[in-house]
Write a protein that binds this ligand. Structure first.
Ligand code: PLP
Length: 429
């Protein structure tokens, strides 16, 4: 009999952190088929914000599944879609009150681009260095977090221009200078590559995700807003990874107090059920001509919609943004103590439970140490991911329901992984 771990039934295109086979999950924990428990600091890349199998989401799914699975959005008006839109309207920034549903983050990016082009009658987009927006061709054209995501898929759709992101450490500047530099380069881009009157939208992650877990400073986002207002350009915020309580507020942009024209959401919205959304004002959405966009499944799966509504209820009722802020502080404090204790040069940053630890060696990014620590965490039965173009950032995205004890355990496992990595690297050198 073929070994299921190596059998050719799944495409090799998926890279995989581990070969563990989870059979159940609860909160921040996964249990594999051998009965071993794994501490999950990935949330499936920012998806299970409410934790694995939250009882209220389970109940909503069960109840809906017994009544109706599906009602296609072009054929019927599903009450579950309207209920979700109402809930989203209560938690999204002021002015965002009209929603379009799809299935994945990349599909929501596609929808945002199509809305922006229709509404403005303009073609071009501006994105920011290091962003990740997804795997479809349009989203790939907007993604510059790693060459691997576009390698051998080029040429990609035209009309996308890349401006610098104020990633101070990468630019070798302090934050204020990095902001000035990035805004000046954006103005230069308007003067030399995409005139403002042919630019439909700027699309930005308020916290760079795959690109290294780097928050966009509030002054930078305000600078984008100002330029968008001056030139009639739409500001679209990709909150696919940073949304739904992750950063200590419902959306990361709430920290900056900047008004988005389009909000792009996915991941944490469905607790693991595939759903994404874009939100905009009713006025802006009115420019989207009926029939010019859609899809079979978007906004049509009543079970998924019920899961998403239950997810928002849990986030609000349990005040998960506040929980993320508290646990995030505990995590960052603990991580700083550990890097200091072992004399490691590392930057610990990020709001709420969207925390990055960037290892920096004497000659630049220290990917070697990050790689060893990541492997060491797996040896400790803790799931955790890296990010950043150099692979020297470890990112922490635990479920927002992680308890104080879960975070304390995660820190202990991380410390043991760091200690062993340092010993191994000393031995190796
Ligand atoms: N945008 C951001 C910020 C993301 O982190 C991701 C996925 O990681 C996407 C878009 C694409 O989402 P999906 O993988 O659901 O297509």
């Amino acid at each position: 009999m073929s070994d299921p771990a190596t059998s050719p039934s799944l495409s090799p295109v998926w890279t995989r952190l581990t070969d563990i086979r989870p059979v159940r999950g609860e909160g921040a924990w996964l249990e594999d088929e051998r009965g071993e428990r794994w501490l999950d600091m990935t949330s499936g890349i920012g998806v299970t914000n409410t934790g694995h199998a939250h009882p209220r989401v389970v109940a909503a799914v069960r109840e809906q599944a017994e009544r109706l699975f599906f009602g296609q959005a072009n054929i019927v008006r599903l009450p579950q879609a309207e209920a979700l839109a109402q809930r989203l309207g209560r938690v999204t920034p002021d002015g965002i009150d009209t929603f379009f549903f799809s299935n994945s983050g990349a599909e929501a990016i596609e929808a945002a681009v199509k809305l922006a082009r229709h509404a403005t009658g303009r073609a071009n987009l501006i994105v920011f260095q290091g962003s990740f927006h997804g795997r479809t061709h349009q989203a790939m054209a907007m993604t510059t977090s790693k060459t691997a995501y576009r390698h051998r898929y080029q040429p990609l759709p035209a009309g996308t221009f890349v401006a610098p992101f104020p990633y101070a450490l990468q630019l070798g500047m302090d934050e204020e200078r990095a902001i000035d530099f990035a805004l000046a380069q954006l103005d230069l881009l308007f003067a030399t590559q995409s005139a403002p009157d042919e630019t439909a939208a700027m699309v930005i992650e308020p916290v760079l995700g795959e690109g290294g877990y780097v928050p966009a400073p509030a002054r930078f986002l305000a600078g984008l807003r100002k330029r968008c207002d001056e030139h009639g350009i739409l500001l679209a915020l990709d909150e696919v990874q940073s949304g739904f309580g992750r950063t200590g507020t419902m959306f990361a942009v709430d920290h900056a107090g900047v008004r988005p024209d389009v909000l792009i959401m996915a991941k944490g919205l469905g607790s693991g059920f595939p759903i994404s959304a874009i939100g905009a004002s009713a006025d802006l959405m009115a420019h989207w001509e009926p029939g010019t966009h859609g899809g079979t499944y978007g906004g049509g799966n009543a079970v998924v919609l019920a899961a998403a509504s239950a997810t928002i209820d849990v986030i609000v009722d349990e005040d998960l943004p506040a929980a993320a802020a508290r646990r995030g502080e505990q995590l960052r404090d603990g991580l700083r103590t550990i890097v200091d204790r072992y004399g490691i040069s590392a930057h610990v940053r990020g709001p709420g439970l969207m925390v990055g630890v960037e290892f920096v060696g004497r000659h630049g990014p220290d990917a070697e140490l990050a790689k060893h620590v990541l492997r060491g965490c797996l040896d400790e039965r803790m799931l955790i991911l890296g990010c950043g173009p150099a692979g020297n950032v470890i990112r922490w995205i635990p479920p927002l329901v992680a308890s104080e004890d879960d975070v304390a355990q995660a820190l202990q496992r991380f410390e043991r992984a760091v200690r062993r990595s340092l010993t191994r690297l000393e031995r190796a050198s």
